[in-house]
Design a protein. Structure first.
Length: 478
């Protein structure tokens, strides 16, 4: 499953509807802050998510007429408190979250202004009586929100439950029948008191494409957020897509940083092909670049291989793309590859990709070279340095599939000890001709029926051991 969020502007709401939406945002903000303060005694390190904001404290929001938003408020408060506790556990300095201040808070702050810095005072002033976007945690025709389409004008509408029974409004009946684009049910809009607002959407060409996919059943709306942006109002809808089954790759596509953007290496068919792609200028440069790479991978039915720069550097001297931008590019590629029916992007360690020979695999910490060329002193392979990282990434899976797991074997007192660093496994048994075979059986048993959850590396090794072994088996005993 993959998710996309579309933002649709509301089409010129009337003054009365604007006041109702602003009032809902104001009530939502007051209830959110009241709920945060009520949960403060329960916010302790190590507490479970359900204990941070339990159902027992939710009646606090009834005083603000926020009964339709209870579930959304609970989920939002739990998310904010989890983020706050995560910072505390990492050792960062963090104050208990405050999203909105009132007059009592400002009097307390100004009466003790010597204990507050100027930035803290300005921050609390900015949070005075602020509006908060209203969240809808589910798609439902009788509560939260739903999307409809007019039979006559073919215009899209949103149905938002912003009111409770006490503040429901009188609304005239509509002559136009509206149909739910998910369930297909007709909304008989009769005269009477309503707890919801019907708001027309100003959907552009791109938004209409996604809404039409919802009508065809390709996408499913999950949740939404109503927000105010200046004088305009937007509805942000999160859609869930059923991703197609990944295809079987016929080649690999290594993506590495280079001096002019990224260098791509297409490895397959006994030869490597290289291509340079520049990052387009502007804020949409990375998404556009990700689309181009994914389109190429889709055309080639390629497995994308990238470097994980979250912990190590790739040593790419003179790279035009910073490491954090490369990581964003890889995240975008991961999303687009799954949507296009490609295998998930494989992120490998970047260590040595700028010093390893793609031909023989020998790693040299100080590789020989002349100018912009890489020269392998073992096999004599010559290649431009700008292509070296992409070539090694494209061959990483093939090299990993041939690599045996190193096992240290030690003997003493009639015992034989096996130590496998890759699996973080230490086993001991009686010395004999069947000791190594016993070790292999124990490894497979522990990986297939683990007593504790497997790490990501152990899962990778389990997948590797399921493939046909190279000559000599998967384990190299030393």
């Amino acid at each position: 499953m993959s998710y996309r969020t579309i933002t649709i502007k509301l089409l010129r709401p009337t003054g009365a509807k604007k006041r109702l939406m602003d009032d809902a945002m104001d009530r939502y903000a007051q209830a959110f802050e009241a709920l945060l303060r009520a949960c403060r005694p329960l916010c302790r390190p190590g507490a479970a998510a359900k204990d941070l904001c339990p159902r027992s404290v939710l009646p606090v929001v009834d005083a603000f007429g926020c009964q339709p938003f209870k579930d959304a408020l609970q989920q939002e408060v739990q998310g904010v408190l989890r983020s706050y506790l995560a910072r505390i556990q990492k050792g960062y300095r963090a104050h208990y979250p405050l999203t909105r201040t009132d007059e009592e808070d400002l009097r307390r702050i100004f009466s003790n202004s010597g204990n507050f810095s100027c930035s803290e005072i300005y921050t609390n002033l900015q949070k005075y009586d602020t509006l908060r976007p209203v969240s809808f945690c589910r798609y439902a025709a009788g509560r939260d929100f739903s999307l409809l389409k007019s039979e006559n004008s073919k215009r899209y509408y949103c149905k938002l439950y912003l009111l409770n029974r006490q503040n429901a409004i009188e609304a005239p009946a509509s002559d136009d029948y509206l149909q739910d684009i998910v369930t297909g049910q007709m909304l008989r809009d009769r005269h009477g008191r309503r707890r919801y607002l019907l708001l027309p959407l100003d959907a552009g060409k791109w938004q209409k494409q996604h809404l039409q996919e919802v009508e065809r059943g390709v996408a499913l709306p999950k949740n939404a957020v109503l927000r105010r942006r200046g004088k305009e109002y937007d509805l942000c809808v999160r859609l869930e897509y059923r991703d197609p089954a990944p295809c079987a790759p016929v080649c690999t596509l290594g993506v590495a940083r280079s001096g002019s953007g990224v260098c791509l290496c297409i490895h397959g068919g006994g030869q490597d092909r290289f291509q340079q792609m520049e990052r387009p200028p502007g804020p949409q440069g990375l998404p556009v670049l990700a689309n181009r790479i994914c389109t190429l991978a889709d055309r080639l039915s390629a497995q994308i291989v990238a470097a994980d720069l979250s912990r190590w550097t790739d040593g790419a001297a003179g790279a035009s793309m910073p490491a954090h931008e490369y990581q964003k590019l890889m995240a975008l590629l991961g999303q687009r590859a799954v949507r296009a029916g490609l295998p998930p992007v494989v992120a490998v360690s970047p260590q040595g990709i700028g010093q390893r020979c793609p031909a023989c695999g020998v790693l040299r910490r100080l590789p020989a070279g002349v100018g912009g060329l890489f020269l392998c002193v073992s096999c004599g392979h010559v290649q431009p340095k700008q292509q070296l990282g992409a070539a090694n990434l494209a061959r990483a899976l093939e090299r990993y599939g041939r690599t045996q797991l190193r096992v240290r074997e030690s003997h003493g007192a009639g015992k034989v000890c096996f130590d496998c660093p890759a699996l973080a496994l230490h086993l001991e048994t009686e010395e004999g001709p069947q000791a190594r075979q016993w070790f292999v059986q124990q490894v497979m048993q522990r990986l297939e029926q683990p007593e504790t959850p497997l790490t990501s590396r152990q899962k990778s090794i389990l997948h590797k051991l399921a493939q046909p072994p190279p000559a000599g088996g998967w384990f190299r005993f030393e």
